[in-house]
Design a protein. Structure first.
Ligand SMILES: [Zn+2]
Length: 156
């Protein structure tokens, strides 16, 4: 990927990194355990995927849930980026599974993963979420003001 210095990219990174302070992404060692749990195969379609993060991704099991390891499943790019989107994971798995047996086996794998981390699953409460959003928007508004000022410095 070429370097991206666009202001919108920078704002996106600011949003993500400030959010990750309260809602951290899985650590490297958690990733190793996760990949092992899912047997190096996509949690949904079962395709073998290797060498995270080359062609493997971390799906948000609950699209509205946290970033932490309890809410992440090993998934191929097609399932994670193009197909599942904001669908309920069970409905999506039903679509992808080729047989009832497939469905049950993969459902147990995902449920097992969620259960294994039941102590980790901390959704952000609405008050914290809105305070976080307010802080982020403060930074973004300041960034936008600076951006407008800098753009006005361009030679005419
Ligand atoms: Zn897949």
């Amino acid at each position: 990927m070429p370097a991206n210095y666009s202001p919108s990219f920078a704002k996106n990174i600011v949003r993500r990194s400030l959010t990750a302070v309260l809602d951290p992404h899985p650590t490297r060692s958690q990733l190793v355990v996760l990949i092992e749990h899912f047997g190096e195969a996509c949690a949904y379609c079962g395709k073998r995927i290797h060498a995270y993060p080359k062609d493997a991704q971390l799906d948000h099991i609950d699209p509205d849930g946290p970033n932490n390891v309890s809410n992440r499943a090993y998934a191929c790019e097609d399932c994670n980026e193009k197909e599942k989107r904001d669908q309920n994971w069970r409905d999506f798995l039903r679509e992808k599974a080729e047989s009832d047996e497939d469905f049950s086996r993969r459902e147990r794998l995902i449920e097992g993963w969620i259960d294994l981390h039941s102590d980790v699953y901390i959704g952000m409460d609405a008050d914290t979420r809105s305070r976080l959003t307010a802080e982020i928007e403060t930074v973004v508004a300041s960034f936008d003001r600076a951006l407008a000022n800098i753009r006005s410095m361009r030679p005419k």
